[in-house]
Design a protein around this ligand. Sequence first.
Ligand SMILES: NC(=O)c1ccc[n+]([C@@H]2O[C@H](COP(=O)([O-])OP(=O)(O)OC[C@H]3O[C@@H](n4cnc5c(N)ncnc54)[C@H](O)[C@@H]3O)[C@@H](O)[C@H]2O)c1
Length: 438
Amino acid sequence: MADKLDIKPATGKLGILTPGMGAVSSTFMAGVIAIRKGLRQPIGSFTQMGHIRLGKRTEDRQPLVRNFVPLAELGDIVFGGWDIFPDSVYAAALNAGVLEKDLLEQIRPELEAITPMPAVFNNYFVKKLDGDHVKKGTKMEMAEALMQDMENFKKEKGCDRLVVVWCGSTEIFMKPAAVHADLASFEKGLMEDHPDIAPSMIYAYAAIKKGIPYVNGAPNLSFDFPALEELAKETGAGICGKDFKTGQTLLKTILAPGFKARQLGVSGWFSTNILGNRDGEVLDDPESFKTKEESKLSVLDSILQPELYPDLYENLYHKVRINYYPPRGDNKEGWDNIDIFGWCGRPMQIKIDFLCRDSILAAPLVLDLALLLDLGRRAGLPGGIQEWLSFYFKSPVTPVGLKAEHDLFIQQTKLKNTLRWMMGEDVITHLGREYYDG
Ligand SMILES: NC(=O)c1ccc[n+]([C@@H]2O[C@H](COP(=O)([O-])OP(=O)(O)OC[C@H]3O[C@@H](n4cnc5c(N)ncnc54)[C@H](O)[C@@H]3O)[C@@H](O)[C@H]2O)c1
């Protein structure tokens, strides 16, 4: 057994700040408030409902995760954030139409009390949106204003610690450029208003600079380049992303490992979606869609490894479509047609029609990520990319030179083993008990 890490207790309040206070953010905040009042249960949250096996099977030790690791209590969470619209979380939740109006009415005063701070925004990066609840100045001045917001929030709400979780819109597709190569170039770029620095990068910079853990819930480039990784290592901020793993991609990462485990071939995977929320409208813009598409497409290749299994997956045709269809609101419908083949090459088909509520799947991920990153910081984990949280993302960010792991079950094992290791418990290898000592 390894030594338990010296984890500081979760005393005081934890502030969770979200840039973007739309469907995901308001569903998360309203959900936690409803759960605190005993009105609902935290379904979908590994940290709140999951158990973890410890030691040998014969020991029958399977505590709840939240009783095993010292997480912040839901009652100690304080919410805040930024948006380009000044709507309170009550108005945002009502507009998103994800949770029932009856439930929102019961917690209305708490939700109305949470209002967004003015955002850092530029319509060039999200073509379908415009709002005037925004900051002005050079990119460096806006980064400094965000840092001041974080400081003020912490003081005013009496928080001990903060975590920032990006729940803002998907920006246009971007690749790392010279300005992202190192911290000095990036900071110079902020001062000179460099056009390749997007708002999501400014939030990430501000949080990381202050040593605050940062989650990227969208497929945006955000911090995924050397300059901000360098800064995170320097300040000790844990960072992870990108793009919450929900809906169709969640199902892909559940099914594809099963096909590979049984050596079944896949010749085609066609995925199409209709959704009518603001996210759907933003993704109706081809430049924002491209960012999402890249994030969704990477999954199958990585799980199925066509380079190792050319006979099974080399000719796989993978197509992803997202169509904006207002009547559905947040109630997305995703269809998958999967063409598979088996023994002697005989073809078979699988059809999936997932009537999904995107934000219902995303909200528990926001909670888990904030709690686990906060735990990681109190446990003294080194700053930078937190690969042990890949479980939660469509395209997990990895250190340069390493391939991302997309298989949900390998990701889950990694997450659980990291928690066991933090607490000085044996990691579980699933090697038969007859082959090892004890
Ligand atoms: N819903 C899901 O299951 C899911 C899954 C994975 C990823 N995501 C991503 O999470 C993000 C949020 O999704 P959503 O459904 O809540 O979308 P939404 O459109 O309801 O909310 C996004 C909010 O961000 C605000 N915003 C945009 N740019 C901003 C900026 N620079 N600063 C502050 N606020 C800004 C918008 O005004 C809006 O209120 C999107 O990028 C989406 O692609 C969502």
